[in-house]
Design a protein around this ligand. Structure first.
Ligand code: PLP
Length: 350
């Protein structure tokens, strides 16, 4: 693969206040892009980060034919840069693309583009607890035509944004009983741009009532708990961790599957099975629901302090020896090359 590289003349890095970053607002010096034309991916390029020009008829603007990924790079004390299970994101973007009738992006292009980009922008990956470089690969439909059918042309890109320790504030969730995020046969398992657009309005209504996230339920009867915002969700009932099985409605999160594997290895009982809303409400009422937490790349683990279901409100107890804190610390230590990588999850950028 002939990757073309055009380097920036002068880095913008000295303008950046790395101690006051708002999530996803500052981008590094370079970006990776590759166009799909005439039925094939063309020569991939890295060039200075810049605005792009599109024809107003480009299909992505009209039909939302777009998919994306979210991953992070970390720098250890020796200045080595690490990714966490990037093969999972590479496979998932192509699964998402297939569902949106978009062409798969070749694995070797993905890895070479990502690696070269991270090597060029290595200074932007800051050391220290919580600091990371958020990586956003995405694909958009670029054919100039407003007919409602799959595009013939696409653009694959990777952009990167330095981020600090993710603190979402206190998170309480509202269990969905009207709106739905996804349905059987739909696109819930894909990281399709439109899934997120569709969640903003119900999320706003929940926020107006003091809930930072909607905890989505199945679209048929709002009977089973699924996932929240950009997180899969875990429940600790007594000493067992429960999480919903992935399905065509739920994103197969990298953090989720890593938590399951890690927890089982540590001897924590994990049950992956459909979880009824009534079961969690019951467990909250009789004091058996000890923890709830969201799992995703942004925060790794976000404790959920309470939830509402219809008119009932519940607060979770403060527990000692929280599973959430133990698992979060253990996973972030693996991600940052501070602990043994027993499962072979780390990927060195070199
Ligand atoms: C809907 C949804 N669920 C779950 C997740 C968590 O997935 P991951 O752990 O791969 O970041 C994400 C974030 O990517 C998401 O967008």
């Amino acid at each position: 693969m002939a990757l073309q590289i055009e380097k920036i003349k002068k880095s913008k890095i000295s303008d950046v206040d790395f101690n006051n970053l708002k999530f996803g607002q500052v981008f590094t010096d370079h970006m990776f892009e590759c166009d799909y034309e005439n039925g094939a991916w063309q020569t991939p390029k890295i060039r200075p980060y810049q605005a792009l020009a599109f024809d107003p008829s480009a299909k992505v603007f009209h039909y939302g034919q777009a998919v994306f990924e979210g991953m992070k790079a970390y720098k250890d004390e020796n200045n080595d840069v690490w990714l966490f299970r990037p093969d999972q994101n590479q496979e998932r973007i192509n699964k998402s693309a297939e569902r949106l009738d978009m062409p798969a992006f070749p694995k070797e292009y993905f890895f070479e583009g990502l690696t070269e980009l991270l090597k060029l922008d290595k200074e932007w990956v800051q050391k220290g607890e919580g600091n990371a470089l958020y990586i956003r690969p995405f694909v958009i439909a670029t054919e100039n035509c407003v007919s409602a059918s799959a595009s013939t042309n696409y653009k694959f890109m990777i952009i990167c944004s330095p981020v600090q320790a993710y603190y979402a504030g206190e998170v309480r969730v509202q269990i969905a009983d009207k709106y739905s995020r996804s349905a059987n046969g739909g696109v819930g398992y894909a990281k399709a741009a439109g899934n997120y657009a569709a969640s903003f309005y119900p999320a706003k209504l929940a926020a107006e009532q003091g809930y930072q996230q909607v905890l989505w339920t199945d679209a048929s009867n709002h009977e089973y708990l699924e996932e929240a915002g950009t997180m899969n969700v875990f429940f600790r009932v007594n000493d067992t961790l429960l999480t919903a099985p992935t399905s065509e409605r739920i994103l197969d999160g990298v953090t989720r599957k890593s938590i399951i594997q890690f927890a089982e290895d540590k001897g924590i009982k994990v049950e992956v099975r459909p979880i009824k809303v009534t079961e969690i409400v019951e467990a909250a009422k009789n004091g058996e629901l000890l923890e709830m937490f969201g799992a995703g790349t942004a925060a790794v683990i976000s404790p959920i302090l309470g939830f509402a279901h219809k008119d009932e409100k519940f607060e979770l107890p403060k527990v000692e020896n929280s599973y959430a804190s133990f698992i979060k610390k253990s996973l972030t230590d693996i991600q940052r090359n501070l602990a043994e990588d027993k499962f072979g999850w780390r990927f060195k950028v070199q």
